[in-house]
Ligand binder design. Structure first.
Ligand code: HEC
Length: 145
């Protein structure tokens, strides 16, 4: 019993931490221009990738096309859905997902795009396109059937 309380405390702490980091990242991403982000991502030496204008002000392609469901899941959604943080149904937990799936895929898309309870809209990343979020949902439920 005592152990249970301890575990849920740790989980709650992890959820709060994770959420804080997510929000901090979002604020950073919102306040930065693509150039600033590219500048920050550069190592202190000179980095010149294909497609970059390395002569003067960097014109780095920040996002090269839409991200796959796998990429979106593993950069955004995994924060909660790998661990079950904040009560998120875990990836691969067939029992937890069977009741979710019973709502129909369109409802799952809708809740992922617009949020529901502890599930933030677009997983907390408004920069994702609707198609990217849906691809991540497809990836997540495919791994949880
Ligand atoms: C901050 C944590 C967090 C992140 C990040 C997150 N989720 Fe969730 N997600 C949740 C929680 C919590 C629930 C359960 C909400 C409930 O039903 O109370 C949930 C539920 C869901 C559901 C089921 C909704 C339903 O109607 O049953 C889907 C689908 C889902 N998330 C997809 C995603 C996708 C796709 C991403 C990434 C783009 C993502 N989530 C990122 C916390 C998160």
């Amino acid at each position: 019993m005592k152990q249970r309380i301890q575990v849920s405390r740790i989980l709650a702490a992890a959820a709060v931490l994770g959420f804080g980091v997510l929000m901090a990242l979002q604020v950073q991403a919102r306040n930065a221009t693509p150039e600033q982000i590219a500048e920050r991502l550069k190592p202190s030496g000179e980095l010149c990738l294909q497609g970059m204008d390395c002569g003067g002000v960097a014109a780095a392609p920040v996002a090269a096309g839409p991200k796959s469901g796998d990429q979106v899941y593993n950069s955004v959604c995994m924060a909660c859905h790998n661990t079950g943080a904040a009560g998120a149904p875990k990836k691969g937990d067939v029992a937890a997902w069977s009741t979710r799936l019973a709502q129909g895929v369109d409802t799952l898309y809708d809740h992922s795009l617009n949020g529901i309870r502890g599930m933030p809209a677009k997983g907390g990343n408004p920069n994702l396109s609707d198609a990217e979020v849906k691809a991540a949902v497809d990836y997540l439920i495919e791994a949880s059937r």
